[in-house]
Design a protein around this ligand. Sequence first.
Ligand code: MGD
Ligand code: MGD
Ligand code: SF4
Ligand code: MO
Length: 705
Amino acid sequence: MTAIPPIPLNTLSSALAVRTHCPYCAFQCGILMGEDLGADMPRVSGDPHFPVNNGQLCIKGWTSSALLDHPERVTTTQLRDSRGEWRDASWEEAFDFIAGKFKTIRQRHGANANGVFGSGALTNEKTYLLGKFARVALGTANIDYNGRFCMSSAAAAQNRAFGIDRGLPFPIADLEHAEVVMLVGANTADTLPPMMQWFDRQKKARGRLIVADPRRTDTARAADMFLQLTPGTDLALANGLLYVALEERLTDERYIAERTTGFDAVRAVALQYHPARVERLTGVPESQLRQATRWLATARASMVLTSRGTEQHSKGVESVHSWINLMLALGKVGKPHSGYGTLTGQGNGQGGREHGQKADQLPGYRLIEVDAHREAIAKVWGVDPESLPRKGKSAFELLDSLGSEIRGLFVMGSNVAVAAPHLSRIEQRLKSLELLVVCDSFHNETSAHAHVFLPVYQWAEEDGTMTNLEGRVIRRRAVSRPPPGPRSDLDVLRELAVRLGCGEKFAFRTAESVFNELRRATAGATADYSGITYSKIESSDGVFWPCPSEDHPGSLRLFAERFHHPDGRARFFAVEHRPAGEEPDAEFPLFFTTGRYKEHYNSGAQTRLVSRLRNAKPIPRLELHPRLARRHRVVTGSRVTVESRRAKMEFVAEVTADIRPDTLFAPFHWGGRDAANLLTSGVLDPISRMPEFKLTAVRIAGVRP
Ligand SMILES: Nc1nc2c(c(=O)[nH]1)N[C@H]1C(S)=C(S)[C@@H](COP(=O)(O)OP(=O)(O)OC[C@H]3O[C@@H](n4cnc5c(=O)[nH]c(N)nc54)[C@H](O)[C@@H]3O)O[C@H]1N2
Ligand SMILES: Nc1nc2c(c(=O)[nH]1)N[C@H]1C(S)=C(S)[C@@H](COP(=O)(O)OP(=O)(O)OC[C@H]3O[C@@H](n4cnc5c(=O)[nH]c(N)nc54)[C@H](O)[C@@H]3O)O[C@H]1N2
Ligand code: SF4
Ligand SMILES: [Mo]
């Protein structure tokens, strides 16, 4: 599972160790951390008692403490001098400078000319306060976050279908008891490695795993059936399985009648997806279509889990609908150890999409365009509902309006100059800002364009809560002493609010006091945290939302009796396959898709600094099939120029029979000339505004030995 042998747990004395959680992904592995253990002692070890990872960590988790005292950590506040060089500044000077600029921009161009870009890496407390800061202190509608690039398609589809968006409506331990699990566009062996233990257990209990991916990944190798579909055809595949289910009378008509609405339209559409047509569209043979359907339908308990491979498309929302439709038609959603789920990505990808840093949203998954929701939040914040801005621009649209409509940008927890699509355009936009503020612990490709850098605490240096991919609210604890210099993100927001004239609304001195306001703000909302307290989390392994009162145990599982729409029923949505924003053609005949390495995290801003990770994966490599490689005289190690309609870039090739012959793959963890996002397009899903990271039409434009 991991290249590093597990460090024996007893090397970390439990007397000194504190239970907390990994800084990176949504699995939020429990870790034990100790300070002052002596140089030869590991500071991080897997928490054997946290029931999600059970002591396992991936290589990123094992090495996570390397960043805490990393030599490249920035510990002084920095401003650009007149020559464009960084110079040290005091916090006071930096705060005054930023607040002054925000005010000038607001006076000249209006409140919406200041923008805020947040992150699924932030704790619930930071997420909440950042949303309040944008709406109350800046008065801007324009706040969005990197979760728009991550979870927005699955979130939108779940909200529409179920009336609620909790990534997994059941605890991860339910996987063990699912007879059949189908992973669609998920490479968990690399992206959530400790999750593989649950598939091992499931297999021991005679379960089956199906994987659908254009690449035969390590996850696919662990599967009993592998569907190597054409990129961008997940929706056609799901509709094809539903066709088979209808033809073979495997649908659950009673469940459909009692618990859902809208199936007639879906049935009519699905009947257009004859296996021969679906085989042509997806490349998946009819025999596999039939077998996969039978496994999912006849199992007592079965699940479909999607991830970014299915969702990061201009039809991402509809693709998720197609899988939800299938599982509803089979009568699986809400049954024990069964249903549909999405694998949330970022550490607080779940909480980050609930508490008000989305352009269209207020805390508790309330909606900024709904009057009753505005009133509820305005009351908690002590402001006039009329004063709250309306819906703002989504992440890519926000970035694309920098320098024109938006003149000042405040970034907390994202490296947009690597992570956003159509990068050459976004870089130009960043360069044209009057004010760019980056709060981070390290310089990255985005701060290269900044006017102010604010050095902040890291994960192990402050308290807060995170909500993991199961909807479990957990505690991150201050374990490590920060170096002198940095401050908490929460302090930064408070100090800026003071200078923007509303300090009294941000007078929080602890994360817990922010959480207590968040609890009030979410009371009665869909994502209700009002019954969750720090002490309740302390005395458990976390509390699942919704949790509407202090004596409520939390909601381990959803949908057993009803869905969250007013009528209690789930909704079908009839969805049709359609071409991607940019399909391969004569000029650009190949698919280019992007994803992740086990060793690096997202934009790589953090993991490229960890020598063990950087040495394991120093550069991005272009995966291509031997047949395609022969045609272009490419061998492993050749330098291959890949060209899309937006850019050309050179990769080192890795020839592998594990990828489809019509598809190229590269990871997106690097910036500058190595940024895969130079090639990708700004085509967005019309509902979620998710960019099409997983499909770009390209050609091979040159090869050097
Ligand atoms: N090591 C590591 N772990 C991580 C992260 C990381 O950066 N590195 N990031 C975290 C975050 S934020 C996220 S969002 C998750 C992402 O976790 P995953 O979704 O598992 O990761 P990806 O590699 O982006 O994409 C998964 C798979 O989608 C496949 N794919 C590409 N196009 C298509 C398609 O059209 N259809 C289908 N079905 N599959 C397709 C790719 O080949 C890839 O294997 O990982 C989290 N965990
Ligand atoms: N081509 C392509 N592009 C993609 C994707 C893809 O699959 N393909 N995936 C997309 C997805 S799913 C995601 S999630 C994005 C992620 O990409 P980014 O939004 O760039 O996310 P990270 O690389 O995690 O950046 C996090 C930054 O925040 C800092 N940070 C971490 N914690 C904190 C904190 O508490 N406070 C502050 N102030 N800073 C913090 C880190 O040091 C780092 O610099 O990329 C998206 N871009
Ligand atoms: S799987 Fe995710 S949470 Fe667990 S150790 Fe790896 S990066 Fe950290
Ligand atoms: Mo993500």
